[in-house]
Design a protein around this ligand. Structure first.
Ligand code: HEM
Length: 505
């Protein structure tokens, strides 16, 4: 049927005419809002709804398909909001360097409504973020926190952890030693065990819901049935998490007010920050005392940001070490050299600092699979990036997964090779090039880079030493399955743990 015959039919048939006018209107709207601002390639969005169709799919598969087609810089839509994805180190330089005008993250209006945007992770007000970041960084970097936490508490923790694991393996029954363990070595009541297990589940649910908050336009989650019900259930989940953390903080605050001894954990560090009990408060006279509400928000941020990230990172590391026995041999050699033959000898932060090969292996595992494959930045003021002048408020997605695996910068990028992170005098291949330094972004980049990077590295190093100096970990599954929803999560990595036997390596 020719265009003219369609037109003549339309002029006599009102419903068809309305349909044609509607199509012209939508195309015009579509052209105006979606294609004109720049010529970048990218998937065609659904008018007004953007990329809502990827909700329920694995967004990473969708990303990878588009990245292949589009190249180093491309765009996609969330609702009618344009997002710019940067895949190449040559365009990422400005975004990855500390830059106050690229400080903000893509905001989630729902989080704002329920008060989550006041925290460290989701907050976008520079002054309050800066204050909280300093407080958290000081608490996390405090040598007392690190030393006490690692020399004693962590070893206790791992004992409980292994008991749980072995009970499950040998009896198929669950024990709750980990849930029963707290910093004072007191046994807590059954009701609290239940609560702690619920909390773990709720944290996981929170990560599952991040993908929804990232890709569904706000008006859809507010007004479209189904979407709005799911949003409400996510909000209830976040409120439950808030209540749990709130109760922990209030209870501990009361204990400290009633004269309890200070502990070396993060909560006590935050609770005493800038109070009379704070040994460092004299150095920071102009900082106002931290409130209980702020402590709750910061504890929330740290719990959310640290548990699943470290747990999933360790699972990937176990997988890569099992697949690369030559690397494990070198790790064992380093453990024996640094810690000696006694597998029960106490270990310290100083000794962990000497584990260069273990550190390189952790970095290599973090490079191959990014726990946070994408981080977002919103510009303040016009920014020239990749040859374009972007207006204030442009949303950038730094594609950490591609930056860390770009074959232009990472030789044999698919090979697990810790040597690339070792300098020549530590037996490695070379120093990292300038571009490799920019594009190694497992902990993000710029001013908002991970506040717990050092804590995470120490935790992972400790786990490697504690496991591999005594045990062999065999994979039961050939492949590691993972899924992305705001965070890369491992699904079902079955392993068998036996006492260490180097002859099998
Ligand atoms: C291997 C484990 C970890 C990985 C891969 C990781 C990764 C990240 C990434 C990619 C970001 C966002 C950075 C950006 O936007 O550029 C981040 C932020 C953050 N992480 Fe981590 N993280 C890990 C462990 C931890 C731990 C153990 C803690 C705390 C003890 C922590 C605390 C935080 C906090 C508070 C932020 C927000 C920083 C801010 O916005 O100022 N993370 N992390």
């Amino acid at each position: 049927m020719s265009f003219l015959s369609v037109l003549s039919t339309c002029l006599t048939d009102w419903p068809s005419l309305i349909l044609v006018l509607l199509i012209i209107y939508v195309s015009n709207f579509y052209y105006k809002y979606f294609t004109r601002p720049n010529p970048l390639p990218g998937p065609m969005p659904i008018p007004i709804l953007g990329t809502i169709h990827i909700v329920g799919m694995n967004p990473l598969t969708w990303y990878n398909k588009n990245k292949k087609k589009a190249g180093a810089i491309w765009k996609f839509y969330i609702g009618s909001q344009q997002n710019i994805v940067i895949n190449h180190a040559k365009h990422a330089e400005k975004l990855c360097k500390p830059n106050k005008s690229l400080f903000k993250r893509v905001p989630f209006p729902t989080f704002e409504r329920i008060g989550l945007n006041n925290g460290l992770f989701f907050g976008n007000n520079y002054d309050s973020w800066h204050r909280r970041r300093r407080l958290t960084a000081r608490a996390l970097m405090s040598t007392k926190f690190l030393r006490d936490g690692f020399e004693f508490d962590f070893r206790e923790w791992i004992r409980y952890f292994l008991t749980d694991l072995q009970t499950l393996q040998t009896t198929k029954q669950r024990s709750y030693c980990l849930a029963l363990f707290d910093t004072n070595n007191k046994l807590v009541q059954t009701e609290e065990i239940k609560k702690s297990l619920e909390f773990t589940k709720d944290v996981n649910k929170f990560f599952q819901s991040l993908g929804f908050f990232m890709f569904v336009p706000q008006f859809v989650m507010d007004y479209v049935p189904g979407f709005s019900h799911y949003r409400e259930s996510c909000e209830r989940n976040i409120n439950c998490l808030n209540d749990v953390v709130d109760n922990i903080v209030i209870k501990r605050k009361k204990e400290l007010e009633n004269g309890a001894e200070l502990d070396s954990d993060l909560l006590d560090h935050l609770l005493i920050a800038h109070t009379l009990k704070d040994p460092d408060s004299k150095n920071d006279d102009n900082v106002t005392p931290i409130t209980a509400k702020e402590v709750t928000i910061l504890m929330w941020d740290v719990l959310i940001a640290s548990t699943d990230t470290t747990g999933n990172s360790f699972s990937f590391l176990i997988y890569y070490l099992a697949k690369n026995p030559n690397v494990l041999v070198k790790i064992r050699k380093e453990i024996d050299e640094v810690f000696g033959p006694d597998p029960n000898v106490e270990f310290t932060l100083e000794k962990l600092d000497n584990c260069c090969y273990i550190e390189a292996s952790i970095k290599e595992s973090l490079r191959i699979v990014l726990l946070v494959p994408y981080t977002t930045k919103v510009s303040d003021g016009v920014q020239n990036i990749a040859g374009y002048n972007w207006p204030s408020g442009t949303r950038f997605w730094v594609d950490n997964q591609t930056l860390c695996n770009d074959p232009d910068y990472w030789e044999d990028n698919e090979t697990f090779n810790p040597d690339r992170f070792l300098s020549k005098n530590h037996g490695g291949s070379s120093e990292l090039s300038e571009f490799q330094k920019i594009s190694f972004t497992p902990f993000g980049c710029g001013v908002r880079a991970c506040a717990g990077k050092l804590a995470a590295m120490n935790m992972l190093k400790s786990l490697v030493v504690l496991f591999y100096r005594k045990y062999n970990i065999e994979l039961k599954d050939e492949k590691i399955k993972h899924y992305y929803s705001g965070l890369t999560q491992v699904h079902g990595l079955k392993v068998r743990i036996r006492l260490r036997d180097d002859s099998s390596l």
